[in-house]
Write a protein that binds this ligand. Structure first.
Ligand SMILES: C[S@@+](CC[C@H](N)C(=O)[O-])C[C@H]1O[C@@H](n2cnc3c(N)ncnc32)[C@H](O)[C@@H]1O
Length: 233
């Protein structure tokens, strides 16, 4: 309230003072780390999982260097609600984009996010108390996705894989394998808007309808991410 009152009687002492204040505010409010929105989400769901005993395993489609996967373990393990933290990635970088995908996601290129599988595996083995798991390969292949079934049901599914075809496969699998009350986090909800087309929101609503799941609004984590609680109809 104080800030509002002060703003109303805005004193133009010097334009430079105004500029300095705004610059400092923008700096203060700006994202400090690329994982900030993901860590915020994990902190936001910790009490919810614990209090409601929403149990299952964690799955992340597009785990890259396992940084969010590690953050999930670090933040959520104390809830006792999760046994395994599963990360899926191809590790050779984004697969080839077809022309439709390239239009939807103009700044993504095939080969982005390539990283060394052995190094990531070592990181996971050394820092996640034996609860971290990786599945390497293109999860659009049925046989690869079937390997995840051994970890189902999931209480958290993170969808962070940029390409429309990857997002569609991951979302369908997540909707079929999340426990009631489980959380669906899309890092990519407001990406793939090339030419202003809301492709991901449309795809998510369509797949929820065919899977017979309801999506309850949960959180918005700017600039791209959104989360939902998934329930049965
Ligand atoms: C934005 S990065 C993931 C970042 C990571 N979640 C984090 O928080 O650090 C997207 C990843 O999705 C992976 N990816 C995209 N499509 C894939 C597919 N069909 N199969 C396996 N990995 C895929 C890419 O290789 C890339 O590493």
């Amino acid at each position: 309230m104080k800030a509002v009152l002060e703003h109303k009687s805005y004193r133009y002492e010097s334009q430079q003072a105004v500029i300095d204040e705004i610059d400092a505010l923008a700096e203060q409010l700006d994202q400090k780390h690329p994982l900030e929105r993901k860590v915020r989400f994990l902190l936001d769901i910790r009490g919810y999982l614990y209090l409601n005993r929403i149990c299952g395993n964690y799955i992340e489609f597009g785990s890259f260097k396992s940084e969010m996967q590690y953050a999930a373990f670090k933040i959520l393990d104390g809830t006792g609600a999760i046994t395994a933290y599963l990360g899926l990635d191809i590790f050779t970088g984004e697969p080839d984009l077809n022309p439709h995908e390239a239009t939807a996601m103009p700044v993504t290129a095939s080969g982005d996010f390539s990283c060394d599988f052995e190094q990531v595996q070592q990181f996971v083995q050394q820092n996640m108390a034996g609860k971290g798991e990786l599945i390497r390969g293109d999860f659009r292949e049925k046989t690869l996705l079937q390997k995840c079934d051994a970890f189902a049901p999931f209480n958290i599914a993170v969808i962070d894989c940029n390409l429309l075809s990857s997002l569609e496969v991951a979302t369908r699998y997540a909707l079929q394998n999340l426990t009631d009350g489980g959380l669906l986090f899309f890092d990519d909800y407001f990406t793939n808007f090339g030419q202003g087309v809301p492709r991901i929101p449309r795809m998510v609503q369509r797949l929820a309808a065919v899977s017979g799941r309801k999506l309850l609004e949960h959180g918005f984590y700017p600039p791209f991410a959104k989360s939902f609680i998934v329930c049965s109809e």
